[in-house]
Design a binder for this molecule. Sequence first.
Ligand code: HEM
Length: 423
Amino acid sequence: MVTVNELDLPELDLEGLDRETALTALTAAAERHWLVRTPLGYGVVRHEDSTALLRDRRFHSAFSMIAEINGVESSEYMAKRRDSILAMEGPPHQRLRRLVAGAFTPRAADRLRPFIREVINGLVDQVESAGRCDLVADVCEPYPIPIICELLGAPKEDWKLFSRWATDIFRVFNNDLEADLPFIQAASAELDAYIGELIEQRRSSPSDDLLSDLISAEEAGDRLSHEELVMMAEAVLMAGTDTTRNQLACSIALLVTHPDQWSLLADRPELAPRAVEETMRYLGAVRGTLRFAAEDVEYRDVVFPKGTLVSVALAAANRDRDAFPDPDRLDITRESKSPQLTFGSGVHFCLGASLARAELQEALPVLVSRMPGARLDGSIEWKPDTFGIWGPSRLPLAWNPPGPAGGPSAGRSNQVRGATPGR
Ligand code: HEM
């Protein structure tokens, strides 16, 4: 048995490297060892160890530490992050997941599919005839917010408020937390007050939405408190918007630069579920997450002393050749026994995965079919490489706009409006 700091490990510092170079460095390190040393601590880089570590309850989420690592000292802000479901562990986390599970099943997500199709088709309606757009600004950015509002049961006309709150709260990833903290806290307080009011309304008149489901969720007499309801609603808004919009942009960026795969999906929309898993594997919007050893942990004959930080390189695990043969080939017909890890694994596995899958499974076939012959109309610009959620900041596309009514493209778009891809 050795302690982790005694091991002779590949040293990796990804600071300043672009995504491709970072991924190459990670996968090269994975050939040499299952563990690497990083400036922050250690990192697991293979699929098997990433899954094992995320499922190991002795390693806890480091979500609340990310702000601390970035130098934030506000105790009010830190307390809020510690109360988030993403930071909770053990019995309190299990209790919360049990109470909310019923509201996040694939069936619950399926109920939203008609609305989701309406939203994506509405966005494409606004750009289709122009034959060009910036997919990020015109489609991906606005796409998830009305869906989250519908899910929560907030009135449609309020989606712009949610959009502003989400944008301000996401300043947390801007790498300038000291300057951004007042905006983040103001948005968070307004959102708290809004959700608090909505909860009171739903208590007196329940409706067919997530908040009403969460209010009535009960197990053996146990219910969510008012504070827990507010926290869950905010977690859903924060965890469910930027992730989905960036993943959609990543998936479309991949398909448009692999025209054979774009055409294949346009011809066979039933491949949408596999196209979602494969594009999430190949280019995930969440590329890593962080854990710390909550006690002295022995894993693979190595001791990780209590407090050791370990990052899980989801992006590298998703290109592990032992899990995915020919991992650098994008193939939307790929059938894999190993799951892609962009939704994480273990107790913190993405609670909104069914909804995110539904949103992507509905959006991809609509976009490939209503943007025939799509190609890049300039270069893709990418967000800065940070630990957070990542994707293109600009994705200029051009396609062959529809001909006169009844022409070939018009016919195809009508087909997809009503289609529900196989799941
Ligand atoms: C493509 C879109 C999405 C991606 C890539 C994604 C990714 C993830 C990942 C990797 C985690 C685990 C983090 C960790 O282990 O440290 C997570 C957790 C979570 N996600 Fe998602 N997510 C997406 C969409 C959504 C949506 C739409 C919702 C809500 C409707 C959502 C709600 C949550 C929540 C509440 C958690 C915390 C679960 C817990 O800690 O128990 N996510 N997500």
